[in-house]
Design a protein. Structure first.
Length: 106
């Protein structure tokens, strides 16, 4: 479940955040762009490569959809939420240390 001290890529972090509610691939791409203020735009290959890896790790799961629909929806798992919390703590530590040292040097 836990990846140790794994640092998530920005793309994976935003994909996991996007999947706090179920979304299909295009919806994930749009939400990542929105969350990042347009700074992170995922190519389809990047997205589906990341989805494949996160499915293998158990961080997300596919949601059974309508039989004739090609759109597959995904959602985050408890393990994925744990990774998000771990990453958020890591990022907060980076920001805290950066602020402390930068402000102390001025």
């Amino acid at each position: 479940m836990n990846g140790g001290n794994v640092a998530l890529t920005e793309a994976v972090y935003y994909i996991l955040l996007s999947l706090l509610e179920p979304r299909h691939g295009y919806g994930i791409m749009q939400n990542v762009k929105l969350l990042s203020g347009g700074r992170v735009e995922l190519a389809a290959g990047t997205l589906y490569g990341a989805i494949s890896t996160m499915l293998e790790k158990g961080w997300i799961e596919g949601i059974p959809g309508e039989r004739n629909s090609r759109k597959k929806e995904y959602q985050i798992t408890a393990s994925g939420k744990a990774m998000l919390r771990q990453e958020l703590a890591r990022l907060e530590e980076l920001v805290k240390n950066g602020k402390m040292l930068l402000e102390g040097s001025e």
